[in-house]
Design a protein around this ligand. Structure first.
Ligand SMILES: [Zn+2]
Length: 480
């Protein structure tokens, strides 16, 4: 069975068929860079990262674009408060985005376009809309006539006539229709501005993403992703701007990530209840935070709390402990020995099938993680019971289990080869433990019981247990 994606555009789970065979173009709405990003923002960026990694795992060549909104009301206000320019402020937070996202194991996009580098493209789109009478200019502001686009509301399932009810409406007498949205804002004091055929000013937020997505990925893209809060009006307006000009479907699959909640409320800047990623990373390793953020399906709400983080922390340690116990068998994996009868081999192959089924069904990371831990539990039980008489086939099967586990964990980013502190620390601990075990072995061979006992006592205090077996000495953290 192939990949299926819940598509906000069709309100159903659709089979994924890219425009070009074997290739995927994907656009994710990036941060507005006026502050550090918080764990709630991180969920959206991380889910896009996992989707991208899984598409690559399936063999697609993915072109992934994530923008920076570096001109916006919030940026201008914050820059004026701080007495710096909007570009100085946005540069600081673009650098911080890269620093924090890399620590969190979120890969950089293929292109990270900045809105301010695409002003000519935006002006061109707006001019085309003015020429076609889709847009109109009043005192240097330019608005989009939503009644000119008959499909307006198709993403958010809102009819233009319903748009006035409920939502807060900007009452501006200069607009023909209160729901017409701005494409361009005329210049104001203390604001950056660019010149254009209808006067100086700056772009509206929605036109930024239409211009950047179409410039870097073409008029039709496969996947457009973003947080649930962007579905309306941001994404609805992106569709309206792009499709009214091209006559083509702007994005075929729309993916929206649910909110991260804290104490029952949405985590957000406006709610003042957020935790910066850089602060969370002081308390937990990156893999723990990633593990937590993918522990629920991306369309389900997820609650940020200490207990869940602590559970994820233990789970990641259990995973790493298992991987370190079987990493030495990796070299046997390609030996060509038949492991058909091995229980570990059977469980590994079942895990791979279930992992792919879970991810193929709208990227169900919660189920996928569960499948990984079934195998981890099985390997741990097997090692405890069978360690003393491992057969050749068992070693090979454990090697295959190691390779399979690292492969799927890398897709989810909960195991990152040599990239992360946790992993570096784990490797370092393993190397030091090999050394310590060697010292103890040599001491015992020399009948130096004082040193040998000292080593055992010291390890005991550090929470490490040794297990002597005929094939050598193994170690584990107590309680694992
Ligand atoms: Zn956007």
């Amino acid at each position: 069975m192939g990949l299926r994606i819940y598509n906000s555009l069709t309100n159903q789970t659709d089979e994924f068929v890219p425009i070009e065979d074997g290739e995927v173009s994907m656009y994710n709405c990036g941060p507005t860079v006026y502050d550090y990003f918080h764990i709630g923002n991180a969920r959206t960026f991380l889910i896009a990262d996992v989707i991208r990694r899984y598409l690559e795992y399936k063999g697609y060549q993915v072109k992934f674009v994530q923008n920076f909104t570096d001109i916006d009301n919030k940026i201008i206000n914050r820059a004026n408060e701080k007495g710096v320019s909007a570009s100085q402020l946005s540069k600081k937070y673009i650098d911080a985005y890269f620093e924090d996202s890399q620590k969190l194991g979120i890969r950089s996009a293929d292109v990270h376009p900045k809105a301010t580098d695409h002003i000519p493209e935006m002006i061109q789109l707006i001019q085309q809309m003015i020429d076609k009478e889709i847009a109109y200019e009043v005192d240097g502001d330019v608005y989009y006539r939503i009644h000119k686009f008959s499909d307006y509301g198709k993403l958010s399932n809102r009819k233009p006539e319903d748009l006035l009810s409920g939502a807060r409406v900007d009452i501006d007498k200069r607009k023909e229709n209160p729901r017409d949205f701005d494409l361009w804002k005329s210049v104001k004091p203390n604001e950056p501005s660019w010149s254009c055929p209808w006067g100086c000013g700056r772009p509206g937020w929605h036109i930024e993403c239409s211009a950047m997505a179409m410039k870097h990925l073409g008029e039709s893209i496969d996947i457009h992703a973003g947080g649930q809060d962007l579905q309306f009006p941001h994404h609805e307006n992106e569709i309206a701007q792009s499709e009214v000009l091209t006559g083509k479907t702007f994005a075929r699959y729309w993916i929206h990530t649910a909110f991260l909640r804290i104490s029952g409320n949405r985590m957000g800047k406006s709610e003042q209840n957020f935790i910066y990623v850089r602060d969370a990373l002081k308390d937990y390793p990156a893999e723990t935070i990633r593990h937590f953020l993918i522990s629920a399906h991306y369309r389900s709400p997820l609650d940020y709390n200490e207990a869940s983080l602590s559970d994820s922390n233990s789970a990641v340690r259990r995973l790493y402990n298992c991987l370190s116990r079987i990493s030495s068998y990796s070299e046997f994996a390609d030996s060509g020995i038949d492991v058909g009868g091995s229980e570990i081999a059977h469980t590994t192959s079942a895990m791979m099938t279930s992992f792919e089924s879970a991810m193929d069904e709208d990227f169900n990371t919660a189920l996928a993680v569960g499948e990984i831990y079934k195998l981890v539990g099985h390997v741990n039980r097997f090692l405890t019971q069978e360690q003393e008489q491992l057969m050749e086939a068992d070693r090979v099967a454990l090697g295959v289990a190691y390779q399979s586990l690292t492969k799927v964990c890398m897709v989810l980013g909960i195991y990152t080869e040599l990239e992360s502190t946790t992993n570096r620390n784990t490797l370092l601990v393993n190397q030091l433990m090999e050394l310590v075990i060697d010292i103890r072995k040599d001491s015992r061979a020399r009948k130096d019981w004082v040193t040998a006992d000292k080593v055992r006592d010291w390890l005991h205090e550090a929470g490490i247990e040794l297990q002597d077996t005929p094939s050598g000495t193994n170690w584990k953290w107590k309680g694992n």
